[in-house]
Design a protein around this ligand. Structure first.
Ligand code: FMN
Length: 211
């Protein structure tokens, strides 16, 4: 069982190019959302909501926005980095079966959320834990997930009718895949490599990386 969990953690990938568009059974989607909803949250606030989007027109509108934001990002890169970035796919919004937008409502469980008085971001951390649960559950179901963050929150709020004050935290593409890559896309494309654990680990006090 423990072995299974580690296997899923290491098999998980961010997917952009491998979605097949095949259906996701409702029971599977329910299991995945139930796993997300079981995440820990500051003060048991459960500040997340999940907007499940299958509508092609909505996904097309979002995709157009993502393409625009891609050009905004690319405009800030050096010519060499922009050329590398041009080869990298950053979303599978149209190819995946469905999308799930995960939101954060800072008012949920308020006004005095237990454990959030000194760290306002603890609510956002909670939402990210729900997302990670979702991601791992989908991986266990042999589905792929791709997190898309090339968007402006206001645009997404308007597109989905999300109330003012509720923050869209992630647009997640989800669905069956041909395969999960063994190496992250950004590493395969020479954009960036994973940092070894020993550089991230500090014993007792902060030490200079590699020292
Ligand atoms: C907060 C967050 C935002 C991300 N946004 C995007 C995105 O907009 N487009 C994309 O292709 N990947 C996105 N990713 C995926 C990362 O690029 C990916 O997790 C990283 O390269 C490591 O690859 P792996 O998830 O396959 O291990 C995002 C991941 C996180 C956690």
């Amino acid at each position: 069982m423990t072995h299974d969990l580690y296997e899923i953690i290491h098999r998980r990938r961010d997917v952009r190019g491998e979605f097949t568009g095949e259906p996701v059974p409702d029971a599977t989607l329910d299991r995945i959302l139930t796993a997300a909803h079981a995440a820990p949250s500051v003060g048991l606030s459960q500040p997340w909501d999940f907007v499940v989007i299958r509508d092609r027109a909505v996904r097309e509108a979002f995709h157009e926005h993502v393409c625009y934001e891609r050009t905004v990002y690319a405009a800030g890169l050096t010519a060499e980095a922009a050329a590398r970035f041009a080869r990298i796919k950053i979303d599978g919004v149209l190819e995946s079966t469905l999308s799930i937008v995960v939101t954060y409502d800072p008012r949920r469980g308020g006004p005095a959320v237990l454990g959030r008085h000194a760290i306002a971001d603890a609510g956002l951390y909670s939402v990210c834990l729900a997302i990670q649960n979702l991601w791992l559950a989908a991986t266990a179901e042999r589905l792929g997930v791709g997190w898309v963050s090339f968007y402006r929150e206001d645009f997404l709020r308007d597109l989905l009718g999300v109330p003012a004050g509720v923050r869209p935290v992630a647009w997640l593409c989800l669905g069956p895949v041909t395969a999960l890559q063994e190496t992250p896309d950004l590493e395969r494309h020479g954009w960036r490599s994973r940092r070894p654990l020993h550089l991230a680990r500090h014993d007792e006090r902060w030490t200079v990386a590699g020292g």
